[in-house]
Design a protein around this ligand. Structure first.
Ligand SMILES: [Zn+2]
Length: 126
């Protein structure tokens, strides 16, 4: 009976950590989508045709040029926001890696920092 309860608990824990992973994954995707949308916006505004045909010749249209400028500004900001979001995530991941900088004490098997000289649990040299 006790075993069954334990298995059920493990299952629930696994489910919870899966949810967490999925959440983190979707967050990363949103960052990249924001960044890519910004870059695509910049490219589109740069290749945008701002001239209109007037008889036999094409002339620059100030209205279209202003529109191009607006798209460029908005896209630039979107790209920057996406970029900072990606950088923030990268920093977060780096901090997690730093936290996981642990080893097991050979005497008491407790988790201690890799740089530790003395075990903080049993006080032995490691
Ligand atoms: Zn120890």
């Amino acid at each position: 009976m006790d075993n069954e309860i334990d298995i059920w608990k493990d299952g629930e824990l696994a489910q919870r950590s899966n949810d967490k992973n999925t959440q983190a994954q979707s967050k990363v995707n949103i960052r990249w989508i924001v960044f890519i949308v910004g870059v695509v916006g910049i490219v589109c505004s740069l290749i945008m045709d701002t001239s209109i045909s007037s008889g036999d010749t094409r002339v620059s249209n100030i209205g279209l040029m202003q529109q191009q400028q607006n798209i460029l500004i908005v896209s630039g900001l979107t790209t920057l926001i996406g970029f900072f979001m990606i950088m923030a995530k990268a920093k977060e991941i780096k901090e997690i890696v730093d936290v996981s900088d642990i080893k097991k004490c050979p005497y008491c098997a407790e988790s201690i920092k890799i740089g530790a000289i003395l075990c903080r649990f049993c006080g032995k040299d490691v």
